[in-house]
Design a protein around this ligand. Structure first.
Ligand code: NAD
Ligand code: ZN
Length: 247
C-alpha cells in the first residue's frame, strides 16, 4: 500500500485540476452508515426499494420510520472526519478544485470545502409535498410520523430519491468538471448508482487519471481506475497528505 500512497502523492503534486467524487463511504467514519458494504443499511433492507420515490409515495410513514427518522438523528449529530478534512487540506494546497458528492449529509461544506456539487441534493431541508414550503431538518418535529407542513401536507427530504431526476445544474457541472480535470479521486463510493458512477468514466475517457480510495473493490477497479488504494478514507488521506509534505 505504501507504494500506492507515494504514487498518489506524486500524481497529486503533478496534477493541475483535481476533482473528487465522494460517496457514503467517506462519511462512515463520522458515524453515518453507508447503503452497501460492511455495516450498510443494505444488510437490513433494500435501499433501492425503501429510498425510492415510489416507496415514499405509497407509504411515506414507512419510509420516515425506517430511513428518514434514523438518518435525521444521525446526520443532526455528525461531524466531519479525517477523510473530509483531508480534502479541505488538498483544497488549501491548491490540489483540489471541486468536490462532487453523492452524499446528502453536508459534511464537506461543514469541513470547509468551498466548491461542492451536491449530486443528490441534501438532507438539511425537508419540503412539503403539497405547497413546497421548506423546513430545516433539524427543526422538524418527529413526534408524529410522517411530519406535516402547516398546510397539512406531508414533508419529504429535499434530497434526490432513487427514481428521481438529478438536479440539472448539478449534473451539468459535474460532467463539465469530470471532463476538465486531469485527476479524479474517487473516495468511498460503490460506483453503482447512476449517473454518478459515470463521472469517473467521463474523466478517464477525457484523459484524466482516476484514483480510488475504498476498502473494497468496485466495478471501476481494474477497468476505469488507474489504481485502488485499499483502505479507509481518513487514514489514506492522512497518509497521502503526509507524503505530499515530504515532496
Ligand atoms: P454506497 O453505500 O453504495 O457504498 C459505500 C462505499 O463506501 C462502499 O464501496 C464501501 O466499500 C466504501 N466504504 C466503506 N467504509 C469506507 C471508508 N471508511 N472509507 C472509504 N470507503 C469506505 O455509497 P454510494 O456509492 O455513495 O451510493 C449510495 C447512495 O446513497 C448515494 O446516492 C448517497 O447519496 C446515498 N447515501 C448517502 C449517505 C450520506 O450522505 N452520508 C449515506 C448513505 C447513503
Ligand atoms: Zn405545505
Amino acid at each position: 500500500m505504501h507504494d500506492l500512497i507515494k504514487q498518489a502523492a506524486e500524481d497529486l503534486v503533478a496534477a493541475k485540476y483535481v476533482v473528487a467524487l465522494t460517496g457514503a463511504g467517506i462519511s462512515t467514519e463520522s458515524g453515518i452508515p453507508p447503503f452497501r458494504g460492511k455495516g450498510g443499511l443494505w444488510e437490513r433492507f433494500d435501499p433501492m426499494e425503501i429510498a425510492h420515490i415510489d416507496a415514499f409515495m405509497k407509504d411515506p410513514a414507512k419510509v420516515w420510520n425506517i430511513l428518514v427518522k434514523e438518518m435525521k438523528e444521525i446526520v443532526d449529530q455528525a461531524q466531519p472526519n479525517d477523510g473530509h478534512n483531508g480534502l479541505v487540506k488538498l483544497e488549501k494546497m491548491n490540489k483540489l478544485q471541486t468536490v462532487i458528492t453523492q452524499n446528502i449529509d453536508g459534511l464537506h461544506q461543514a469541513a470547509g470545502n468551498t466548491d461542492v456539487i451536491e449530486f443528490h441534493g441534501n438532507f438539511a431541508w425537508q419540503r412539503c409535498m403539497d405547497c413546497s414550503k421548506k423546513y430545516e431538518t433539524r427543526e422538524v418535529d418527529v413526534s408524529e410520523i410522517p411530519p406535516r407542513c402547516d398546510c397539512g401536507g406531508i414533508l419529504r427530504p429535499n434530497a434526490v430519491l432513487f427514481g428521481e431526476m438529478i438536479p440539472s445544474g448539478a449534473l451539468w457541472r459535474s460532467r463539465q468538471v469530470a471532463t476538465d480535470c486531469d485527476l479524479m479521486l474517487v473516495v468511498g463510493t460503490s460506483a453503482v448508482v447512476q449517473p454518478a458512477a459515470l463521472m469517473p468514466v467521463i474523466a478517464k475517457q477525457t484523459g484524466a487519471k482516476v484514483v480510488e480510495i475504498n476498502p473494497e473493490r468496485t466495478p471501476l477497479t481494474g477497468e476505469i481506475s488507474d489504481y485502488l488504494i485499499k483502505g479507509k478514507a481518513g487514514d489514506v488521506m492522512n497518509r497521502i497528505i503526509e507524503e505530499m509534505g515530504k515532496k
